[in-house]
Each structure stands twice: as structure tokens, then as C-alpha cells.
Design a protein around this ligand. Sequence first.
Ligand SMILES: C[C@@](CO)(OP(=O)(O)O)[C@H](O)COP(=O)(O)OP(=O)(O)OC[C@H]1O[C@@H](n2ccc(N)nc2=O)[C@H](O)[C@@H]1O
Ligand SMILES: Nc1ncnc2c1ncn2[C@@H]1O[C@H](COP(=O)(O)OP(=O)(O)O)[C@@H](O)[C@H]1O
Length: 304
Amino acid sequence: MSASVTVRVPAKVNVQLAVGAARPDGFHDLANVFLAVGLHDEVTATPADTLRVTCEGPGSDQVPLDRTNLAARAAELLAARHGIAPDVHLHIAKDIPVAGGMAGGSADGAAALVACDALWGTHASRAELLDICAELGSDVPFSLVGGAALGTGRGEKLQPLEVGGTFHWVFAVADGGLSTPAVYREFDRLTPDAPAPEASPALLEALRTGDAEALAATVTNDLQPAALSLFPALRDTLATGTAAGALAALVSGSGPTTAFLTPDAPSAQKVAAALTASGTCRTARVATAPAQGAQIIRSAPKAP
Ligand SMILES: C[C@@](CO)(OP(=O)(O)O)[C@H](O)COP(=O)(O)OP(=O)(O)OC[C@H]1O[C@@H](n2ccc(N)nc2=O)[C@H](O)[C@@H]1O
Ligand SMILES: Nc1ncnc2c1ncn2[C@@H]1O[C@H](COP(=O)(O)OP(=O)(O)O)[C@@H](O)[C@H]1O
């Protein structure tokens, strides 16, 4: 048994988020093209007398430390399946914006699962880990696999996608958060006759060839009108990034983080500087994509 295991896990942006009508179970069928981006949380699992969660980093005061934390729920689900007690200390070093539409909570759930599996020696198969991820939330399986993937169903059924290059992104972190269910409810109000969601062949081809201009021409987010309706100030942020030279500007998932695709690293720095100077966001972060899914980065052996 190890004394501690640390897992690094990426944020995501949805380069296409096609949303259908609400299903009888309250979820929406999606064509959700996920792209993992290089902003990361780290989750460290250490043996403890009881299940405990701590969190440090930007926005950590908004992260629940009880058993509703997705990292804690992941530990409980894995332990229950293997008939062991979920006695572990999970420490989250947060860098993914909280409640920002970048799947930070999902990322922590996937990371905790991988960390506990290694710490406890439960040796869950990839299929079992993916199954637990889907139980935790629609976005959690993608946090495990990373890269790029098409998510169908409620987003949990993944098909890996090829990515032919590096994309340069800027993320404008908003002051405040948006609740994902509230954004879906606003989508339902604004879109009474949503068609069945379909992935865009042109967008998948742009990812495959690594062509930023082609990707910029094809990105879409069906939740964007709903996010803008609930958070109108995001229009100014989007306009600021576009004026500074972004190829595409969109709300990330359910928002309120906004995402800007740029042609190269210097343009990304320029767009980030313009966003920061404008006062239309709390902070701007530069990141490249794709990024790897949840990975063990440290495993400290137990002292003899
Ligand atoms: C919108 C997206 C886009 O990737 O993510 P965020 O931008 O919030 O990170 C996802 O669909 C969010 O996924 P996730 O945050 O895992 O959602 P879940 O925990 O499974 O569900 C939370 C709530 O969101 C709504 N929901 C979620 C997924 C889906 N396909 N249809 C829905 O209607 C439901 O109201 C559900 O009760
Ligand atoms: N480990 C976690 N990190 C962040 N938020 C969490 C976590 N576990 C549960 N949550 C809850 O999930 C909500 C959504 O947070 P997050 O996953 O960061 O954003 P989003 O769903 O917009 O991508 C938070 O407001 C918080 O109450």
C-alpha cells in the first residue's frame, strides 16, 4: 500500500454542445464534443481514520467539503463496490474555475477514483472506473479519459476523437458561477422544440486536422443563449476577446467561463492581456489543448 497517491486531472471545454429536448428522466440528450484543456486540479489520497476532504486554491471556499463533494462520492462508490471502508483523506489543489462550466467537480471525482484505486489496491478495470464515473455525473467519464471525445446520451457515452494539432485557448473566468441545472432549465424555456442533437462532421474534421481556423468556424454551444440570458454581462467579455483577435469566442459549457480560440501562443497572450485589462472578467487564463485525462503523477511509498 502507498502512503499517498496524487492524480492530476484536466478541465474541459465543449467545442460543440448540441442539446436536444428534455428526456423523461430530466436529462437532455447531447452531442457533446469535449476537449480536455491544460488547466488542472490535483487530488491527493492519503490513508485516514475516516473520509475527509480538504481543498486549497482559487474558489476553494465555494467547494463543499462534505460527502456531496464529487471526490468524496467517488471514494464511497469505489469502496462500496469492493466491500471496504472509504477511510481516506482527499486533498484537492484547485486550479480549475469552480462552477465555471469547465467540469472542475467532475475532474475531482475522476481524480479521486484513480487515486483511491491505486491507494487501496482495488485494481478496478477501466470499464469499472468508467461505470463509476457515469454514476457520479454526465461529465465525469470524460475527465477520466481526456484528449477529445464525442459524448452522447447525457454526455457519458464516449467515443474518442483524433486531434491533429495543438489548439491555443484563453479562458475568461467570470465573477460568480452559474448552476448547470438552472442553465438547462433556461435552455428549455428558450428552446421549446429542440431538434435531436447531432455532431458536426466539419467540426470533427477540424479537430482531426488540427486546423484552428476551421475549428473556429464550426464551434457551437446550444447552452450559450441560456447562459447569456442568466448572465448578460458575458456579452461584453465575448466582444472583448473577439476585438483582441480571437478566432472564436463562446461560453464554456453551461458557463459562465468564456472560451477564446486563438491562432497561436502569442495571440493567446494578447487576448488574455486585453481581457484582463478590460475589467470584463475576474481573470484570464491561457491553456493549450488537448490535455491527457486523469493521471497518477506521484505515488509515495509507505515508510517501512
Ligand atoms: C453542461 C455540461 C456540458 O459538458 O457541463 P458543465 O458546462 O456544466 O461543466 C454537462 O452537460 C453537465 O454535466 P454534469 O455537470 O456532469 O451534469 P450532472 O451532474 O450529470 O447533472 C446535473 C444536472 O444537469 C442537468 N443535465 C446534465 C446533463 C445532461 N445531459 N442534461 C441535463 O439536463 C440536469 O438538470 C442534471 O440534474
Ligand atoms: N470537487 C468539487 N469541486 C468543485 N465543485 C464541486 C466539487 N464537488 C461538488 N461540487 C459542486 O459542484 C458545483 C459545480 O461545480 P463545478 O464542477 O466546478 O462546475 P461546472 O459544473 O460548472 O463545471 C459547485 O458549485 C459545487 O457545489
